[in-house]
Design a protein around this ligand. Structure first.
Ligand SMILES: C[S@@+](CC[C@H](N)C(=O)[O-])C[C@H]1O[C@@H](n2cnc3c(N)ncnc32)[C@H](O)[C@@H]1O
Length: 311
């Protein structure tokens, strides 16, 4: 069985089906990410693209708008009781994926703290599209191949389609990947071919950053130190065992601890779909670690590491 993908905007405008005969999602090319921004359902289309896409580490950029409204309201209650309203609040919301949950929290926070700088970052929100004739190859910042588009096919090279259902797709992908793609990558690495940069933030987050200078989009790796100190650092749905090893968790906690101003707040938690219970909490920075000041659900999935952490 052959699986084709969605390669251009006109297919979407003409009402193409998003599922194939097996009921599996068709790959919606990441190269359409900037083109869908003008569509009325831009955020929905962007979400669909990112749901199938994964970065070079195989990590999905998966999130939903209004994912943790109740948790946000409760966290805000703590922030309000903690900082004076006139404070110029510096917040770093890390690992925001496409940034929609960051927009949600920014909107609520700015009502209480109008003087605000809100940085929403992700591990690496940029990808680069190389194009030659019909072929488009999307690569990461390290030139790792993430997607190959060869109409009518869209191959996700990191999270691949099933061999069992689509063996022919794999033979076509392998042929393109081994015989055609390398010369394109070589030209790019020699500087002979220009790439188009795509920022994988949701249209609503990109628009907010354009219209409100208090909301900033950026890049940050939680395994690296923060480059300034913040009143609040938030890390939602990322401090899970699928992302980090035990040693890495302690590294992340060390970075968060030193990235917070004295008595700053660390907000963290994990949940599933939009509106589901968040297991997490709000922590206060202490001289050597963190003290939990509020718990939601059963607490953070890494609560034991947070309580063991000693600077
Ligand atoms: C499931 S999403 C969470 C998005 C959003 N915070 C939410 O709660 O809906 C996890 C995000 O963590 C990011 N991530 C994974 N490892 C990271 C790291 N070392 N530094 C920063 N972000 C990372 C991924 O790129 C992905 O966008």
């Amino acid at each position: 069985m052959l699986k084709t993908g969605i390669c251009n905007l006109s297919q979407i405008k003409n009402g193409v089906k998003f599922k194939d005969l097996f009921g599996k999602e068709k790959n919606l090319s990441i190269t359409l990410y900037d083109q869908i921004c003008q569509e009325s359902n831009a955020d929905e289309l962007a979400e669909r693209i990112l749901l199938l896409f994964s970065d070079e580490r195989g990590a999905y950029k998966r999130t939903y708008a209004k994912r943790f409204e109740e948790f946000d309201q409760a966290s805000l209650g703590h922030i309000k009781g903690y900082f004076e309203e006139k404070t110029s609040l510096y917040i770093h919301d890390a690992a925001v994926s496409d940034g929609r949950t960051a927009v949600d929290f920014f909107e609520k926070t700015k009502e209480l703290f109008p003087k605000l700088e809100y940085l929403a970052s992700d591990f690496n929100p940029k990808v680069y599209v190389l194009e030659k004739g019909r072929l488009k190859v999307t690569v990461s910042h390290t030139a790792k191949i993430l997607e190959v588009l060869w109409p009518p096919f869209v191959f996700n090279t990191i999270k691949r389609d099933s061999w069992r259902y689509y063996p022919l797709n794999h033979f076509i992908r392998l042929a393109i990947q081994y015989f055609i793609v390398p010369s394109l990558i070589n030209s790019y690495q020699r500087g002979e071919l220009k790439a188009k940069e795509l920022m994988l933030f949701a249209p609503s987050a990109l628009n907010r950053a354009r219209t409100d200078q208090r909301f900033i989009l950026g890049t940050h790796n939680l395994l690296q130190p923060f480059n300034r100190q913040y009143h609040i650092i938030r890390a939602m749905n990322v401090l899970n065992i699928s992302y980090f090893t035990k040693n890495e968790f302690f590294q992340v906690l060390r970075n968060i601890h030193s990235g917070l101003l004295n008595d700053g707040l660390f907000i963290t938690g994990s949940n599933q779909d939009a509106g589901s219970l968040v297991n997490g909490g709000v922590y206060k920075k202490t001289a050597n670690g963190f003290e939990q000041i509020w718990q939601s659900g059963t607490g953070s999935p890494i609560a034991n590491y947070i309580s063991q952490f000693d600077q």
